[in-house]
Design a protein around this ligand. Sequence first.
Ligand SMILES: [Zn+2]
Length: 631
Amino acid sequence: MKKTIQFRCLLGSHSLALATMLFTACSTNPTGSKPAADDAETFMTRAEKRYLAATIKDGRASWVQSNFITNDTESIAADAKENLIATIKELADESRQFNGLQLSPDVARKIKLLKLAVPLPAPSNPAEREELTRIAVNMESEYGKFEYCPEQPATDAAAAKPGQKSGAGEAKKKCLSLGDLETTMAESRDPEELKRAWLGWHKVSPQYRKDYGRFVELANKGANEMGFKDVGAMWRSNYDMEPDQFAAEMERLWLQVKPLYDSLHTYVRARLRQKYGDIVPANGPIPAHLLGNMWSQSWGNVYDIVKPATGAPTYDLTKILVAKKTDAKQMARYGEGFFTSLGFDPLPETFWQRSLFTKPQDRAVVCHASAWDIDNQKDVRLKMCIKINDEDFQTIHHELGHNYYQMAYAPQPPLYQNSANDGFHEAIGDAIALSVTPEYLKQIGLIAAAPPESADIGLLMKLALDKVAFLPFGYLVDQWRWKVFSSEIGPGDYNRAWWELREKYQNISPPTLRSEMDFDAGAKYHVAANVPYARYFLAHILQFQFHRSMCRDAGYKGPLNRCSIYGNKQVGEKLKKMLEIGQSRPWPEALKALTGEEKMDATAIIDYFAPLKTWLDEQNKAQPGEDGGSK
Ligand SMILES: [Zn+2]
């Protein structure tokens, strides 16, 4: 679901990514003389040079590894990643010599960005540092390699699926990877089978539950040494405001969208109850295994159960693309055409020469779609095993959003070559994808006529199952971690607190009784691999805010789900202005450059889904005695 992008992705999926928390503690000023503000300027020039060089090296190694997966390329990529993290850590430590000095705002900002560039701060004590690194690497790798091996042979249907290994020597014992279990979660409509898949995957994390407590302790020590109250406070410092203020912003945004989520939840619960009977309660939380996704974070896979009965017939873009004999490069050309219509330059020739567009027959590659920025200048690339279908058509528009962002901020100094805050990069790609409307498809000649408005509820429902259903989960993951890092949630309460938040925000319940023997938060990749999560929530809010304001600027007056900014050079000009800022200024300034607004505002997502909300509330009224709302 999340398309990763390569830029400065410091903790990618590589299990050795963390192995170089082992940096030397700061001893920076060999002469012993007191540093001056001027020295800080000199330091920063040198620091950015080293940072840039390490970034490019990492990018190249990682590109080759993703395009030719072998033991050797993995090892080379791990080395480059280690080197990058070590470099950042070393520079951040060196910069401490300027603590307390009156620095230029520019240098002060860059020092702050350096300090926040690695999400796992390590303590300076070598033994503790080593222990932290070992735990971090181990948790991520346990998560990555876990397979659920049921005692009973898997059902025939599951056993027939490819991609599973049989345990050596054990008759018929089938082991299931996360991918296998996710397929079951998406496709099965047998509640017992769904429960088994859910419980099976959640066996991944108890093994590192105890370690997680120690991990928190050690990482907090590192954060303290860097001047932060704890790791959660450090992460929240990444948003150009006080950590507590950022937490309040998240809560404010959540409360804006909660009524929309509640309406969707109530409706989906009623439809699931029709389908599954009493295992879905008439009121209260939905059992987590029935929503088509291992974490109940996006519900698109149950569209067939909840879709409106009166959905008007609509077009089939996949069929149209196939009938037109569209190939992978042509798919990407459509995406490029969207951006040139806004006044952006065509993609550089190297993009077409160096990108991966189709799945090679002769070697293993990472197929997960991603947008790359190899030299932090013009060498942008797409890596994607493009399929000729509707979904990939959207995805290409999304990925090129990343590439155009990268090219727009390329002239900035290295530490500013990033999105305004970490929610912006994903939000831009998604905002562009929101403009892939029937009207746009008509304009580029793919469909003859846009479907009637009566088709909108179905289209909006499909989108809401992904984008609206995600919001509470996007919020609560870090809510839980902030409280764990601040000790508000102690190691004896990890699971109880996790499920309290799951019920409070998502209004879902575990399929069976859970206990403190379990560690269900740790069954999410971003917890096991220590990747901050608030960015995904922000991206889901921001993309609609971008879309609404670009549509306003285009003079568009109709329903937002029918608006496309395609072809509007004036809007493109404004968008470019925001992208060019990169991370050089506090993000509210970038937001203002595009939207005229300085605050994140979730009323845009409310506006976008307004027709669906009305429809949902009518349906929910027709279900007497069943409440809306989560408690
Ligand atoms: Zn993306």
